[in-house]
Design a protein around this ligand. Structure first.
Ligand code: ADP
Ligand code: MG
Length: 247
């Protein structure tokens, strides 16, 4: 589903990704772990199409198409979702407005009819319930005054509503308390665990992987994937640390 081959990316002329190769087939949850500054968020941003990330070599194909040639909104319309490490606040726009606009823009791009206000609210209620989020919170401005954990949960509600084929989740577990972590993990399973979907799950902690249970685990260090294994690799990293495992 997602094929990243020998990807080199520079930010402000500084090489960050240095020949990253990673393949994520449909049906797979692939966890990416790695030390701070390794390039994990850079990978997420370049997949999402954030400006300022210069691809100097390599390729990314998504469902057989050249992902890097597409604008961010085109990537979204084709089923790519990006969950941010630091979700942005959008003052003056409510979650409900934002999510309905985003969903209907994607539906339009796919040649589907927009959802009416009533249909959208029904969908939003269902997905908010899945993440145990109060509908009142969805009526508030996007992320404004939300705690770190609330932002992450709101993002998962967004993912549920947009129903992407592929989710790149960047440290979705950061800032979550223990109960919220279980709810978010279960939400990822409910929304994304399917034979025709896949997830790239960037995380530092085994506790999210205890809930989401990845099929594969890769270590990203120094701008490359240095090792790929099964779930046991995450347990080894937790026990021994990056230096020992990569030595
Ligand atoms: N806009 C930027 N300008 C200069 N350096 C950057 C910029 N963004 C990221 N970097 C650098 O790129 C490296 C990788 O960052 P990042 O992808 O955020 O790492 P990770 O998410 O793995 O912790 C870091 O050394 C960081 O300082
Ligand atoms: Mg990061």
């Amino acid at each position: 589903m997602l094929e990243i081959t020998n990807l080199h990316v520079s930010v402000a002329d500084k090489p960050i990704l240095k020949g990253l190769t990673l393949s994520v087939p449909a049906g797979e949850v692939h966890a990416v772990m790695g030390p701070n500054g390794a390039g994990k968020s850079t990978l997420a941003h370049v997949l999402g199409g954030k400006p300022g990330y210069e691809v100097t070599a390599g390729s990314v194909t998504f469902r057989g198409e050249d992902l890097l040639a597409l604008e961010p909104h085109e990537r979204a319309a084709r089923g790519l979702f990006l969950g941010f490490q630091y979700p942005v606040e959008i003052p003056g726009v409510s979650n409900v407005q934002f999510l309905r606009e985003a969903l209907n823009a994607q539906r339009k791009a796919r040649g589907e009819e927009p959802l009416s206000g009533g249909e959208f609210l029904k969908l939003a209620r269902e997905k908010a319930a899945l993440l145990k989020m109060d509908m009142e919170m969805l009526k508030r401005q996007v992320n404004v005054g939300f705690s770190g954990g609330e932002k992450k949960r709101a993002e998962m509600v967004q993912m549920g509503i947009l129903d992407p084929a592929f989710a790149v989740l960047d440290e979705t577990d950061s800032g979550l308390d223990i109960d919220a972590l279980r709810i978010v993990g279960a939400g990822i399973n409910a929304i994304m665990r399917s034979a025709d979907k896949a997830v790239l799950l960037i995380t530092h902690y085994q506790r999210l992987l205890d809930v989401v249970a990845p099929d594969k685990v890769s270590v990203l260090a120094d701008g490359r994937i240095l090792e790929t294994g099964g779930p046991e690799l995450a347990l080894r990293l937790e026990a021994e640390g990056y230096d020992a495992v990569l030595a």
